[in-house]
Design a protein around this ligand. Structure first.
Ligand SMILES: Cc1cc2nc3c(=O)[nH]c(=O)nc-3n(C[C@H](O)[C@H](O)[C@H](O)COP(=O)(O)OP(=O)(O)OC[C@H]3O[C@@H](n4cnc5c(N)ncnc54)[C@H](O)[C@@H]3O)c2cc1C
Length: 302
C-alpha cells in the first residue's frame, strides 16, 4: 500500500480514524480474524470521498457493520476495511417512518421505534447486527424479516455517488440483497412501521430476547446460525442427527445448546472454525445427502 494513499486517507478521514494492521478479531463477534492492512472508521460525511480515494488508487475496500455475520481468515484482509460507525445523531422519526444511519445497531433502532410507539421491528431487536448489515443480509427471525419493514435504503455506488433504492430495487431474498453484487455501501435505511401499543411492543421484545437467551449459546462468541436453512430441513437438527452435537476441532465447537451454531469455545483460530464448518458440511452431506450452505460470510485470507 502506497504511503501517499495512506497519508491522503488520514487527511480525508482524520488520523485517529485510520488504523494500520488492525486485528479483525476486535471487530467481529466470532472474535477471530487476522489484521486488516488498514481499517478506517469514517463518519458519514467523509465516506463518499474515502470510496473515491480507494478507487483512484485501485485499493480494494470491504465494508464491516457490527461484524456479526463474518468469519475473517487468520491471514486478515488486504486493502481497506471500512467500518460503519454507530452515530447517535442518525435516528429520525417522521410519522410511522424511522430513518437510521447504517451503522446503528438494530437493538437501538428497535428501542427508538418502541419509544415512539411504533410496532413492526420487534423481531429484529435481538439480532446483534447494524441496520446496514441487516439490509444486506435481509436479516430475519421469529417469522419477520427486514423485507417486511424496509421502505428504502440510501446507498453509495462504486463511484461514491448517492442513490435511493426502493424495496423492490433492493432485491431482498433469503439472507441476500442486491448490495454485495453491485458493490454498494448502505448509508441509511428508512423503515415503514405502524402505530402500536408501547407496552405490547416492549413485552414482545422482552419475550423474544428471553427465547434467544434460552435457545442460543450467547455466552460464547459466534456469528449466529452458521448455515442457511436448507429447503425442507433445519440445519441444527441435521447436524444433531449426524452426531455432531458438541463436536470440537481445536478451539471451535458445534454448540451443545444449539447445533446450528458453531462457537468459539476456547481461543479458536479462524482456521479451526473453517475446518469445523467443512467437517460438518461433509458429514451432513455424507449421511443425509443434504448440502449445507454457510450463512456466515467468509472473507479475507486463510
Ligand atoms: C448471536 C447471534 C445471533 C444472530 N441471530 C440472527 C438472527 O436471528 N437472524 C439473522 O438474520 N441473523 C442473525 N445473526 C447474524 C447477523 O447478526 C446478521 O446477519 C446481521 O444482519 C449482520 O449485520 P452486521 O452489521 O453485523 O453485518 P456484518 O457481519 O458486519 O456484515 C455482513 C455483510 O454485510 C456487509 N455490510 C455490512 N454493513 C454494510 C453496509 N452498511 N453497506 C454495505 N455492506 C455492508 C458486509 O460487507 C458483509 O458482507 C446473528 C448473529 C449472532 C452473533
Amino acid at each position: 500500500m502506497e504511503q501517499q494513499f495512506l497519508e491522503e486517507l488520514q487527511h480525508i478521514a482524520g488520523t485517529d480514524k485510520v488504523h494500520q494492521m488492525e486485528p479483525m478479531s476486535r471487530h467481529t463477534t466470532f472474535r477471530v480474524g487476522g489484521p486488516a492492512d488498514v481499517l478506517v472508521q469514517p463518519d458519514y460525511k467523509t465516506l463518499p470521498d474515502i470510496i473515491r480515494h480507494c478507487r483512484k488508487y485501485g485499493e480494494n475496500y470491504f465494508i464491516v457493520g457490527n461484524g456479526s455475520n463474518l468469519l475473517v481468515g487468520d491471514g486478515g484482509i488486504r486493502g481497506v476495511v471500512i467500518e460503519m460507525v454507530t452515530d447517535q445523531q442518525s435516528l429520525i422519526v417522521s410519522g410511522d417512518r424511522v430513518t437510521a444511519g447504517a451503522g446503528m445497531l438494530l437493538s437501538k433502532v428497535a428501542n427508538f421505534a418502541a419509544d415512539h410507539e411504533l410496532t413492526g421491528m420487534e423481531f429484529a431487536s435481538g439480532i446483534p447486527g447494524s441496520i446496514g448489515g441487516a439490509v444486506v443480509m435481509n436479516a430475519g427471525a421469529y417469522g419477520g424479516e427486514m423485507k417486511d419493514i424496509i421502505e428504502s435504503a440510501t446507498v453509495l455506488d462504486a463511484a461514491g455517488c448517492e442513490k435511493i433504492l426502493s424495496l423492490e430495487e433492493l432485491e431482498l431474498g433469503y439472507r441476500k440483497s442486491c448490495i454485495i453484487k453491485n458493490n454498494y455501501v448502505v448509508t441509511s435505511v428508512t423503515l415503514k412501521l405502524s402505530q402500536g401499543n408501547p407496552e405490547a411492543i416492549r413485552d414482545r421484545m422482552k419475550e423474544l430476547n428471553e427465547q434467544r437467551r434460552a435457545k442460543q449459546p450467547l455466552e460464547y462468541p459466534s456469528a449466529g446460525s452458521t448455515f442457511k436453512r436448507p429447503e425442507g430441513y433445519f440445519a441444527g437438527k441435521l447436524i444433531m442427527d449426524a452426531g455432531l452435537r458438541g463436536y470440537r476441532l481445536g478451539g471451535a465447537q458445534v454448540s451443545e445448546k444449539h447445533c446450528g451454531f458453531v462457537i468459539n469455545r476456547e481461543q479458536a483460530t479462524a482456521e479451526d472454525i473453517h475446518q469445523l464448518i467443512e467437517h460438518v458440511s461433509a458429514e451432513v452431506h455424507r449421511q443425509f445427502g443434504v448440502k449445507l450452505e454457510p450463512e456466515v460470510k467468509m472473507v479475507g485470507e486463510r
